[in-house]
Design a protein around this ligand. Structure first.
Ligand code: ATP
Ligand code: MG
Length: 343
């Protein structure tokens, strides 16, 4: 069966939405709206894999929703909702817990990074997180998933899960009337010049919501002064900028700042170095701070406006959840039939 093209992606409501989320994910979400049916989900079930304060979780869920809308996602033409309002995510995740193999999960680098040294004390949810992510996507038979580079491994796992389900339940799937597989193998869309924005303090670490230091990231809600201060203090090396992209090799901090500039200016690193090659970091950082403020500050301002009316945001999420249910319910019902659950 040829699956209809459908886009799904999610962002966790874990606070501190940053430039990496914006460039690596949200701007991609916005672009895909033109010629795809899209579902954009605030993945609150994923957020609780680490401890969350309930009031903050609710606020952060509204904040991610506001960021989606402020960045240009249209919740009337596409679907914006929070994951916990559609129970099918958790139900399908349970089935996938029984399809995925422990050996597959043991290879996931995100779990190793997030669990750190205290693995024994990590939640079981953090360990099976990738199975829930596969469920998020496959519950809608989504075919394309725009994500940052860090999610590539989880997407590959989602494909493995879809494939194994299709094989394990092959005859049941055929009896249900599907000739070649029930779940599509979702394709990652990892595109643009900023698929992996790095920390401003360490060019070898990803910019992250969960990094303890706020100086490592530009938040979408930062004001112009904060943005300028963070960029000014960003780690660099003593050399001026190189005049071509090859010169960025082995200079992770310079590479990162040039990549951010290119993504914000909607151009590429070569073009940035044509303008700023041989410039000092102080000159380049000033231009980068101005560009970042021009692009990010209006989004922050719009987010604040939207967040002043939480009831409006909640209505958007409820409406989106209703429309997400309408797609998910028949797919979940078929999945249950294929597995052999009586309904
Ligand atoms: P956390 O540290 O809590 O995992 P996060 O910053 O990784 O937070 P997520 O909500 O897990 O944010 O990811 C949302 C989307 O943003 C995903 O598609 C992810 O790949 C993308 N993303 C996250 N960090 C970056 C980054 N530094 N550069 C590019 N894309 C990123
Ligand atoms: Mg993450």
């Amino acid at each position: 069966m040829q699956h209809q093209t459908r886009v799904f992606s999610g962002v966790q409501p874990t606070g501190n939405l940053h430039l990496g989320n914006y460039l690596g994910a949200i701007t991609r979400f916005v672009a895909l709206q033109a010629d795809h049916d899209c579902l954009y989900c605030v993945v609150d079930l994923h957020a609780i894999t680490v401890v969350q304060d309930p009031q903050e979780l609710a606020h952060n869920t509204r904040e991610v929703t506001a960021a989606f809308i402020a960045s240009g996602i249209d919740p009337t033409k596409h679907i914006v909702f929070n994951q916990s309002q559609v129970s099918g995510h958790a139900e399908l995740a349970w089935i996938f817990n029984c399809v995925a193999r422990i050996g597959w999960l043991n290879r996931m680098t995100q779990f190793k990074e997030k669990a750190g040294k205290d693995r024994e004390n990590a939640s079981a949810g953090l360990y099976v997180y990738p199975n829930l992510m596969a469920a998020d996507i496959l519950l809608y038979h989504a075919t394309h998933v725009p994500v940052g580079e860090d999610q590539k491994q989880h997407l590959e796992l989602a494909r493995d899960i879809a494939q194994k389900f299709n094989n394990d339940f092959g005859s049941s799937i055929a009896r249900a009337g599907y000739a070649d597989g029930f779940f599509p193998l979702p394709e990652p869309l990892i595109t643009g010049p900023a698929t992996r924005v790095m920390s401003l303090r360490d060019g070898t670490r990803k910019m992250s919501k969960s990094d303890e230091s706020d100086m490592t990231r530009i938040n979408l809600t930062d004001d112009a002064d904060t943005i300028a201060k963070k960029i000014k203090k960003a780690k660099t090396d003593p050399e001026p900028l190189p005049s071509n992209v090859e010169g960025l090799a082995a200079r992770p901090e310079a590479d990162n700042l040039v990549g951010i500039f290119a993504a914000l200016a909607e151009t590429d690193k070569e073009a940035v170095l044509r303008d700023y090659g041989n410039a000092s970091f102080s000159t380049f950082k000033q231009a980068l701070a101005e560009l970042t403020t021009a692009k990010i500050a209006p989004i922050g301002a719009e987010m604040r406006k939207l967040l002043a009316e939480p009831a409006h945001i909640d209505r958007i999420l409820e409406d989106g959840a209703g429309r997400a249910h309408a797609i998910a319910d028949p797919i979940l019902a078929k999945t249950k039939e294929i597995v052999g659950f009586i309904r």
